[in-house]
Design a protein around this ligand. Structure first.
Ligand SMILES: Nc1ncnc2c1ncn2[C@@H]1O[C@H](COP(=O)(O)OP(=O)(O)OP(=O)(O)O)[C@@H](O)[C@H]1O
Ligand SMILES: [Mg+2]
Length: 382
């Protein structure tokens, strides 16, 4: 009976009959049954769960590729979470099960990539409706891909390319990382940010090895892989001029192949879509463009940026501040620094603090504050 790899005895067993029987990871339908069974057993032994409808089980089976043993473990862990929550026996909630699955599935990835804990939600991001709709479609894809592939039989039409490859393109600070975080939170998967500097090695063949480890872990680890600044790795394949070029191309080709075969979810973030190799673009199911926010969006970002408890001054004029062409990232920096200045000085965040920090942000970007832009407030930014 074999698991991950098959084994042939060759001539060692020539006087005996040898029959090989492979035990693959359970399919979507089998996982669903396993969840049902394990949760039912757990009910008999220790109270009930509040997962009545089948849809929740389908969700679990779709999102986490676990073996039967893993599912049993996850239910035990979830029971522990439920007990800890209410200091006694209590029903296992949906959240307990998700947490238990994530816990058990992604331990090894921690050493290869950085985990981002999703904290923010849809209401924290300001984007044009069309872009938000596209992000919603991505979530729907994750939720229903197993149903469509396994139950509706689309997987028989595709031998590879069953994963989900997504590109987020747009200028710095427009919310790409934030959107990835929100999606991960929404679909209940872990998000791992791949640190490219730790992966790309100057030693020939090492980069492939590192990537192989990551893709392997992510597949069984049921996590979303987030390649920030993808251009560094996924840039255009160069023409071969010397042996180094040749190896760089091998790395890119290897990556393309991995992306195609990987069955999990990959998000690539890039500041310049134009730099990406055509072969990558062809392998994407979604390409989402993050625009620089317009004045109305900027206003919404400004007002959403300050927490409820922040002491805002009466004079803080969001209409005025929204006039300046800034990204969400700039606005976040300004909001934070002006809060620090307020804590250090007057105690309230007013125009004085906001404009002083806006000036700093302008300086970073190499922009100049002109009297025409700032009008009556010019004194504060001079
Ligand atoms: N569209 C937006 N709506 C609300 N907040 C935003 C938006 N864009 C950016 N922000 C704020 O700016 C911060 C930085 O944005 P984020 O890290 O997502 O940018 P990015 O597109 O990933 O940039 P980079 O390309 O530099 O990595 C966010 O954490 C958030 O607070
Ligand atoms: Mg980012």
């Amino acid at each position: 009976m074999s698991g991950e790899k098959s084994w042939e005895p060759g001539s060692a067993l020539k006087n005996n009959i040898f029959i090989s029987c492979a035990f693959p990871l359970p399919s979507f339908a089998e996982r669903k049954q396993l969840w049902e069974l394990c949760l039912k057993n757990s009910e008999h032994s220790s109270g009930e769960t509040d997962l009545e409808d089948l849809e929740d089980l389908e969700d679990l089976a779709a999102r986490f590729k676990l073996s039967g043993g893993h599912i049993v473990d996850a239910v035990c862990t979830a029971r522990g979470f439920a007990a800890a929550r209410s200091s006694g026996k209590s029903a296992i909630s949906r959240e307990d099960l998700y947490r238990a699955c994530r816990n058990r599935s992604s331990r090894k990835l921690d050493s290869l990539a950085r985990k981002i804990n999703p904290r923010r939600k849809w209401q924290d991001i300001v984007l044009p409706p069309a872009v938000k709709e596209q992000l919603g479609e991505i979530c729907a894809f994750v939720r229903h891909k197993e149903t469509v592939y396994s139950e509706w039989g689309f997987d028989k039409k595709l031998s590879i390319g069953k994963g989900l490859n997504i590109l987020f393109a747009g200028p710095s600070g427009t919310g790409k990382t934030l959107a990835a975080e929100i999606i991960a939170g929404e679909v209940g998967l872990d998000l791992y940010k791949i640190d490219l500097s730790g992966i790309v090695s100057k030693y020939i063949g090492e980069t492939e090895k590192n990537l192989k480890k990551i893709f392997g872990e992510a597949e069984t680890g049921n996590a979303i892989l987030f390649f920030d600044e993808a251009d560094a790795l996924f840039g255009k394949r160069s023409e071969v001029k010397d042996s180094h070029d040749r190896y760089a191309n091998i790395e890119v080709n290897y990556l393309l192949q991995q992306m195609e075969e990987h069955e999990g979810i990959i998000i690539l973030a890039s500041n310049y879509k134009k730099n990406l190799d055509d072969a990558f673009l062809r392998r994407l199911q979604f390409a989402v463009e993050f625009p620089i926010p317009d004045e109305a969006s900027r206003r919404e970002i400004w007002t959403g940026m300050f927490p409820e408890k922040a002491p805002l001054g009466e004079d803080l004029d969001f209409n005025f501040l929204s006039k300046f062409k800034l990204t969400g990232g700039n606005i976040k920096n300004i909001a934070l620094l002006s809060a620090v200045l307020a804590a250090d000085g007057s105690g309230t965040i007013g125009m004085n603090e906001a404009l002083r920090t806006l000036k700093r942000e302008f300086q970073k970007m190499g922009k100049i504050c002109t009297p025409a832009d700032f009008g009556d407030y010019y004194e504060l930014v001079k």
